[in-house]
Design a protein around this ligand. Structure first.
Ligand code: IMP
Length: 428
């Protein structure tokens, strides 16, 4: 019986959806604790491909309780679309609950995300334009609207009117853009409230009781360590904390209640959006990895920038998250290469840097120091036991452990549930 947090160790898109889907088989409850519909998980079940943005991937099992914690920002229209799409495909969704304390994304957040990104021009963050940043700004600025407000028509109307009065001044006077109509927003959100009311609950209470009862709980982080607003490549980050400690805050459990943390590492590195990326591969090799790995955003469809695995990043993620295990995904994408490279450290103005720097100026200038290992040619997508991987693939995984100090517990060799090789029982 355990509580396990799954986090991304890179810039998101590590394949956390598949790892949480795999681990969810043993969980009673699956929890999202931060982010919003900027995230995107692709999960393949049998012949079916599911793309989820807000709802925990545990929903694809018939018996798991799925929880959206207070740390998540919820776009009600997106949540309802996702629920309807799942129901239309015969997936029961009655086991979803959402925190009364979760903040709500409103149309003015999306609008502001667009206006700010457009205004920044070349200096843009490259956000998903889903209103995530502005919603978190309002949360911290104490003018956010929470699920519990959504359920009280009087409070909802008053807050939307007040907020839009302020936001409309910003839209018209600072951005020279059109204002939004408060009454139209109120009508839409009253409708959403009616549908979402039965799902809202005290998530902290539910989870703490479940922990008392010895249930297995899986906390599913969105994005990744380098997109963390505190520990990531600021300002090219998201506006929440995807790192493990946030699971406690974003779900209402104490930090002492977290038993284990698993870091998901893609066998190479990808990034969407702007910002420095030391091991980025320009040209043919980068294109080859992008095509073979299907590296296009689940949420925005943008091509992802691709590069070699950066162990300096994963080592940093191990420290920030207190990782117990690694889950290495998409190892099959590297099959067929003559050599594979892992960045072990950086060189900066003649000096060796082994720790991930805070300064983006430094990060933009560093040169990766690579270990070069022989590749493997055999197709590994049919391998079902770690021991049966080609020796070169095992050497690659062992080198990752040497460079990060964290054992590899899971290895992904394809998109299907059966294509996950397990060396340790993470809930055991
Ligand atoms: P935002 O979260 O939409 O504000 O975007 C901020 C940054 O985080 C941008 O670089 C996005 O591309 C990135 N980002 C947000 N969510 C994800 C994700 O789920 N995977 C990868 N990148 C993401």
């Amino acid at each position: 019986m355990a509580t396990v947090v799954v986090v991304g160790t890179q810039w998101g898109d590590e394949g956390k959806g598949k790892v949480t889907d795999y681990l969810a088989a043993k969980a009673d409850i699956v929890v999202r604790y931060q982010g919003g519909n900027n995230a995107g998980h692709t999960v393949v079940v049998g012949e079916e491909v599911f793309r989820l943005h807000l709802i925990p991937s545990g929903i694809l099992y018939p018996d798991k309780i799925c929880v959206i914690g207070n740390g998540v920002v919820i776009d009600p229209a997106v949540l309802l679309q996702e629920l309807d799409a799942l129901a239309a495909r015969g997936v029961p969704t009655a086991r979803l609950v959402i925190s009364e304390r979760a903040h709500v994304i409103l149309p003015y957040h999306r609008y502001l995300d667009e206006l700010e990104e457009d205004r920044k021009g070349a200096g843009k963050i490259g956000t998903t334009r889903r209103g995530i940043g502005p919603a978190y700004v309002d949360k911290v600025g104490r003018v956010g609207i929470r699920m519990v407000d959504l359920l009280d028509p009087e409070v909802l109307r008053q807050k939307i009117r007040q907020n839009l009065e302020d936001k409309n001044r910003l839209f018209t006077r600072v951005f020279g853009a059109a204002p939004l109509d408060a009454e139209a927003v109120i009508r839409d959100y009253e409708h959403y409230a009616g549908r979402l009311a039965p799902l809202a609950t005290d998530v902290s209470l539910l989870l703490n009781e479940a922990i008392e009862q010895g249930k297995n709980i899986l906390f599913e982080g969105a994005q990744g360590t380098l997109l963390d607003v505190d520990h990531g490549t600021y300002p090219y980050v998201t506006s929440s904390n995807p790192t493990a400690a946030a699971a406690a805050l974003g779900a209402g459990i104490g930090p002492t209640k977290i038993d284990r943390v698993v870091g998901v590492v893609k066998a190479y590195t990808t990034r969407v959006g702007e910002g420095p990326f030391p091991t980025e591969l320009q040209g043919e090799m980068g294109d080859q990895i992008r095509e073979r790995g299907g590296e296009y955003g689940t949420t925005t469809g943008r091509p992802r920038r691709c590069g070699w695995l950066d162990a300096a990043i994963v080592r940093y993620a191990a420290r920030i998250n207190g990782l117990d295990y690694l889950a290495v995904t998409k190892l099959d994408v590297l099959t067929g290469l003559d050599v594979v490279r892992i960045c072990r450290a950086y060189r900066y103005r003649g000096q060796l840097l082994t720790d991930f720097p805070a300064s983006l100026g430094v990060l933009a200038e560093v040169e990766p120091v690579y270990d070069e290992l022989p590749g493997w040619k055999q197709d590994i997508s049919g391998v079902r036991r770690y021991e049966d991987l080609p020796p070169q693939a095992k050497d690659y995984l062992e080198r990752i452990t040497e460079l990060t100090g964290v054992p590899v517990a899971l290895v992904g060799v394809g998109t299907r549930r059966s294509q996950m090789l397990a060396r340790y029982d993470i809930f055991g």
